[in-house]
Design a protein around this ligand. Sequence first.
Ligand code: MF3
Ligand code: CO
Length: 248
Amino acid sequence: MVYIKSENEIDLMREPCKIVKDTLAFIGSKIQAGMSTKEVDELVERYIRASGAYPSCLGYGGFPASACISVNETVVHGIPSEDILLKEGDIVSVDLCAYKNGYHGDACRTFKIGKVSEELEKLVQVTEECFFKGIEGLKAGTPLYDIGYRVQKHAESHGYGVIRSYTGHGIGKEMHEDPSVPNYGRAGTGMRLKAGTVICVEPMIAQGNWRVKILPDGWTAVTVDGKCAAHYENTLVVREDGVEILTL
Ligand code: MF3
Ligand code: CO
């Protein structure tokens, strides 16, 4: 069931969402070649806790860290490790959640380590564009799958694959609420979104095709073809006349 938030609840969500935004900006200023993804995770955890929030990925479904840190061919849910060292030319998505005031905020950015290839520059840029294309024209009354339709159209126009097995989602008192927000779909279909719906739109876009497999750790999702993937996510409120992005 989709839970429509009151203005008061949306106000309560602003704080965890701002903490997510600020944490990602902080990480963007620190992340560099030579760091392990474990060190990045420690910075995330410290920053979120110092902001008076809880890093709600930690322990979620048994996830062992505060951020999902996914390098190159890892699509999502990379487990931070002292053995994974960032190097020049990598792309690394940092996906994190903060819990405060009884609500979650959730966002992801894909960072470039030093100078990356032109191909990866473009992948990261187009993935971000997919988010903004996806929410173009979005407002109360928009059919849910219009979002995925727009994301898919933009990604595929560049020859990229849209990840199918992970989707965006509603968010609030729970990190994952209804509705599921796929990044592919048919225009004009799905429920009509109501004002006050809070969702995460999060295109996960692959250089090659969309097939992913999960490593034996039970979390890390990598592309089957070994090509790179990027991820970009924000938490937003559907409004009568548009959207309000809470993590930007
Ligand atoms: N932040 C992720 C999302 O976009 C969820 C992470 S799953 C976890 O939905 F288990 F790592 F928390
Ligand atoms: Co999310």
